[in-house]
Write a protein that binds this ligand. Sequence first.
Ligand SMILES: [Zn+2]
Length: 502
Amino acid sequence: MSSRAFVGGRWWRDGAAFSFLVENRRIVAHGVDPSFADEIVNLDGAFVMPGFIDCHMHVLPAGLQALQLDLSGASSREEVLRRVRERAADLAPTDWVLAVQYDANRFEDGIDVGADELDAASGGRKTILRHSSGHACVASRSALLEARVRADTEDPRGGTIVRNRSGEPTGLLLENAMEFVYRKAPDLPPDQWPDAIDAVSATLLSKGITCASDMMTGQRGLAAELAAYRNAQSKLRIRLFVQWNRMFGKHAEPDAQLPDDDRLRFLGVKLFADGAIGSGTAAIYGSYTSGGDGTLIYPPEELKRRVLAADEAGYRITIHSIGDRSTDLVLDAYEACADPSKHRLEHAMLLSDEQIQRIRRSSIRVTMQPEFLLAFGPAYMRRLGPERAANLKRIRSLLDAGIIVGLSSDNPIVPGDPWTGIRAAAMRPDGFNQAEAISLREAAILYTQGAAAANFEETEMGSLDPGQLADFQLYDSDPIEGDGRLIATFVGGEQAWPKSEE
Ligand SMILES: [Zn+2]
């Protein structure tokens, strides 16, 4: 087996000279004499950093979105319609045109594209443009008709069908009204899912991400999704948390073969305990400014029953819990397990000091998504009031308590560039308590080593220690102190981005 010496690099944490030897996809040693190697790669002073690990995102869903028409940067109505026309030209007449990153705020007059204009541009194909905020869309007349959205259609609860003076829907659908058309829109067929996974993987590798966790595997069927992940060609490492319902109960797929190799690995079982703050559905103590205290997905006994079923079957568990009321119930359930330290908590956005101590005592690992503060900060302030919202995401307090924290994105909820999340953790946006900020360096460590630990793989990856997988990124200068730019991403000692030109 051949070995590769990487020489002439600099270690990202202190700029010191850094060379290392890779054999069989792993780091064998640091500072090694290159004459031992079959091949020598000169890093020319590049800063070497472990690959980012996005320990909470949604890989296939992000991929399915990646295959949609991307309207980023389309700054006029004409430009949007031109791109829709081009996309439509490649499609069969019955295909839908699905687009993302539409935003009329970029237009000079700020006026949205109309339903009938979309039909004209798409040749009558059903078309939906999703707004970049995710909270609105514009649908073509044909899509509205398919979804039976007409002048006499009532607005749904929590949603608005925008209408013109004569009461006719304009095409613009807000919040829950989007469901009318998205419910009718087709999902990509399973034989194209591997391409979707490869499309998003290429983007992740271009951001320095070498490992990504899919947090809801099985939503579209477990065996089908596992097949897609197996058939994907990308070098990106993928970790899977499978929905509880696909492992237990009447929708379970007990015959599905759970993967366990260093490219694709099943990590555990995922449960939801509550909703989100922006929609007023995270279960909190007290109440939202708009009233209500959120929604528990399961009554406490049922949550505990599900946790114990998975624990007794020998699986790791991770639970989505955003509100403090919900998090107490999750901790109750974990504390009933033989070894709570096997398990993990997602988001935990509202935490009391007492809850932080409970997490510490049980050695439960936690993931945080700091980019949420940028994307949804104003909504959090509105829903919780500024005082309560200021203390969301207590990363500093968790670290000071000695708790393992992994940073991640929740892509495609947010775009998910790790540096955006790292900066948000270090420079919390205005209105958020700066006492919970961490340094850029700490945040970068939580997106590598911390995220590896959140995946229970800290011996496998995240710090480039000898013995670990050789997953790393190269920067042209210091990425923390300076403005280093990513120049290459390596997985298992092989360049995964940019792809070589052969
Ligand atoms: Zn998620």
